[in-house]
Write a new protein. Structure first.
Length: 130
């Protein structure tokens, strides 16, 4: 992949050198054109930086969506009491995390003293008890 920001930065450096040379020959039109070119390159650099940020965000979002799709297609939960279990996987899983965000969060069993009042299982991610 071409480093667009690097290429634009190199072009800006070249224009700055040209402006130094142009000042010595005192050609008004050439100086004006080089100033315009310098401004255009600065705009292009800013635009390229914004596009780079947007591309990174889009790629990150794509990966997250792909992860959700993989989870969704490879897993059909079975309700076991108030929590889910998945074929071939150990443990029980949070229904809230899976239904809301397609994340498999393995729940942990609460100590016996707590179970009767708030539930048997706790999700370490969303802190729900079941
Ligand atoms: Zn959860």
């Amino acid at each position: 992949m071409v480093d667009v920001l690097g290429a634009i930065q190199n072009a800006i450096s070249i224009v700055q050198k040209l402006r130094t040379v142009a000042k010595k020959i005192e050609h008004a039109e050439l100086n004006t054109l080089l100033a315009d070119l310098s401004n255009e390159l600065a705009d292009a650099r800013m635009e390229a930086a914004e596009l780079k940020t947007k591309l990174a965000e889009a790629l990150s979002e794509k990966e997250e969506l792909r992860g959700r799709l993989d989870t969704r297609s490879s897993a059909t939960p079975v309700l076991d009491g108030k929590v889910y279990r998945f074929e071939g996987e150990e443990g029980r899983f949070c229904t809230g995390c899976f239904d809301g965000r397609q994340k498999k969060s393995r729940v942990t069993k609460l100590p016996k003293g707590f179970r009767s009042s708030i539930g048997t299982w706790e999700c370490p991610i969303c802190k729900a008890t079941y």
